[in-house]
Structure formats: structure tokens, C-alpha cells
Design a protein around this ligand. Structure first.
Ligand code: PEP
Ligand code: MN
Length: 338
């Protein structure tokens, strides 16, 4: 429920109403604006009937939030959320690029990749230490050692680091070494994990499940935000369709849809979205053109020897060229590469 207060309502009036909302068993939200203060009441909206908030003398208007996701909804918050990823801003007119290998493999190669993407203008690095692989016989990641490598490389380059967390019990450990959590496609509906990262205040890049709708993605984001962590970035990374020519079908329709429905930033991963190195750059530019707030891209200093996803990883030279081309698209749509 969105509760708009009358212009003469003071902060003390708002506090009184917030207490009332809480006493009814709803989560109160305080959103002061330039002209009006807006309050939110999140939860079972029937409970609001108990306190007759609509007839309060300082309440101008009470409107229900029609979508099933509430806190992430643009109905609740009109302006874009801008997430601070270790100094790199995501959302609100910025275009932010996070690049790096699929997995952290060794310090030397991680550092070489990070230095290369930094030179080309990337704003952050990625690399998985815990890899959720389809086969139990594939490389599963270096675990804690991988986190330490990623952290060292982040410190040496000054680039904030993003890495995947695959279970709730690892959240505290991953949080120590990375600037942001990645929740992978396979875990988009692992609700205990979503709640665990929701307890943190570090940014979360939430990837869309491969058989999840855009609304499912928004409901999963709601799990994180409703725990108190508003620093969520949504990521379209391709879905399973009848099309087998590419690894996944990158659903760029989801970008304008999500941008309309939510105030959260939305980024695109064209690497998993296509699964083909040569298709990554065209889809990255398309993503920028259709309104994405940034990209998550796999780049490897030497993709031929990559331990996972080498076939979809860009060579540093390809990434460098892509960044130059992206700059033109980003400028054309009126965003800025921070
Ligand atoms: C990854 O980013 O390397 C990854 C495993 O992504 P996804 O969860 O989208 O498959
Ligand atoms: Mn990968």
C-alpha cells in the first residue's frame, strides 16, 4: 500500500503513522519527497483495515500496489535505485561493465585478465570461486583459495569484485572477500540463500533462472529486498527455449519490461545469453541500446586454456574493441559510462 501524506504533515506525524502501520503487522517504509512524504505499508494489505489509515486527517491518498512484488516495484519508488558496487555506480543513467573469467583459476591469469579489462575501461571484475557446474566431473572452482585470489587482484587493480555464492552457509565468507554477491541462474529460487544475502548489505547481482519468467525474477528480488538489502541488481542471462542454435535465448524483451516494473538496475550477461564468443559483442551492444544499465561479460586472458566457458569468453582485444563500440551506443542513448 502506498500512503501519500498531506503537504502539512511533519516528520513527527509520519513517525506516528509508521508506528501505527507496524502495530498492524505491516512493514513500514518512510519515503520523504520534495513536495510530499510517502509511506509504504508492505505485507497483507487487509491488515491495514484495522487501523483505518485512509481516514487519518494527515493522509491524502492510499493506493494499493497492484503487483505481487512490492518493495522492488516502481509503483512504490519512481526513481531508479543506484547501487554502489565498491565505488562503481550501477543504475540511474550510468552504464557499468563488469568483466572477467567464468572461474577464478590462478592468480597470474586472473591478474592478467583484470589488468586487461581495466585498461579497456571495465568498472569491475568477475570470477567464480564456487562454480555450480552441470556435471559433477567439471571444474568446481577453487573455493576459499579462489576468493583470496579474487580479493588480491581486486586490491591490486582497484576494481571491485563480484563472485557467486551458492549456499547460505558461505555468505559470511564470500562477503569478506568480494564487493558483491552473484546469485546464479540455478539458485534464483533458492529462497533460503536469497534471505541470507538479504541479511547482508553488500550488493547482490541476481541472475534470472533459465526457466523463470521476468516476474519470477522480480519476486526473487523481493525476497532479498524484504530482508533489508535494497542493493539488488537484476541480470538477464538468457532462458531456455526451443531454439538450440545458441546456448540460451537472450531475452532482451525483459529489459524494457523490467525497467518499467522495477526501480532496480538491470544488467545483461550476453556471454551465457548466447554461449558463442562471436555473438557476445552484438548482443552486448543490443543490450545497451534497449536500456540495460550495464553488462556482465566473460573475458579471459587466454580463453583457449580456460577451465570453464572458454568458448564464450572474449579475448582481451575483442573486449577492448567492444568497449569502444559500446561507448558510442551508450552516448547515443544518453547514459554515461562511469
Ligand atoms: C556464471 O556467471 O559463470 C554463471 C554460472 O552464470 P549463470 O548462473 O547465469 O549460469
Ligand atoms: Mn560462466
Amino acid at each position: 500500500m502506498i500512503i501519500v501524506l498531506k503537504p502539512n504533515a511533519t516528520k513527527a506525524d509520519a513517525d506516528e503513522l509508521l508506528e501505527l502501520i507496524e502495530s498492524a503487522g505491516l512493514k513500514p517504509l518512510y519515503m520523504p519527497g520534495v513536495e510530499r512524504t510517502v509511506l509504504g505499508a508492505i505485507g497483507d494489505e487487509r491488515l491495514l483495515g484495522k487501523i483505518h489509515i485512509e481516514s487519518h486527517p494527515l493522509v491524502e491518498k492510499v493506493t494499493p500496489i497492484l503487483t505481487s512484488f512490492k518493495m522492488v516495484s516502481r509503483e512504490l519508488q519512481r526513481q531508479d535505485t543506484v547501487v554502489d558496487l565498491g565505488g562503481a555506480k550501477i543504475g540511474g543513467g550510468n552504464f557499468t561493465v563488469i568483466a572477467g573469467p567464468c572461474a577464478v583459476e590462478a592468480e597470474e591469469i586472473m591478474l592478467a585478465t583484470a589488468n586487461a579489462v581495466k585498461k579497456s575501461g571495465a568498472h569491475g571484475i568477475r570470477g567464480g570461486a564456487y562454480k555450480p557446474r552441470s556435471s559433477p566431473y567439471s571444474f568446481q572452482g577453487l573455493g576459499l583459495e579462489g576468493l583470496k585470489i579474487l580479493n588480491n587482484v581486486s586490491n591490486q587493480t582497484g576494481l571491485p569484485a563480484v563472485t557467486e555464492v551458492v549456499e547460505a552457509g558461505d555468505v559470511a565468507q564470500v562477503e569478506k572477500y568480494a564487493h558483491a554477491f552473484q546469485i546464479g541462474a540455478r539458485n534464483m529460487q533458492n529462497f533460503r540463500l536469497l534471505q541470507a544475502v538479504g541479511q547482508s548489505r553488500k550488493p547482490v547481482i541476481l541472475k534470472r533462472g533459465m526457466a523463470a519468467t521476468a516476474d519470477d525474477l522480480l519476486m526473487s528480488a523481493e525476497y532479498i529486498v524484504s530482508e533489508g538489502n535494497g542493493n539488488v541488481i537484476l541480470c538477464e542471462r538468457g532462458i531456455r527455449t526451443f531454439e538450440t542454435a545458441t546456448r540460451n535465448t537472450l531475452d532482451l524483451n525483459a529489459i524494457p519490461y523490467l525497467k518499467e516494473k522495477t526501480h532496480l538496475p538491470v544488467v545483461v550477461d550476453p556471454s551465457h545469453g548466447t554461449g558463442v564468443r562471436d555473438y557476445v559483442a552484438p548482443m552486448a551492444k543490443a543490450a545497451a541500446a534497449c536500456g540495460a544499465d550495464g553488462l556482465l561479460i566473460e573475458v579471459h586472458a587466454n580463453p583457449k586454456i580456460a577451465m570453464s566457458d572458454g568458448y564464450q569468453s572474449l579475448y582481451p582485444e575483442q573486449f577492448d574493441k567492444l568497449m569502444d563500440e559500446l561507448a558510442l551506443v551508450v552516448e547515443a542513448i544518453g547514459k554515461k559510462m562511469t
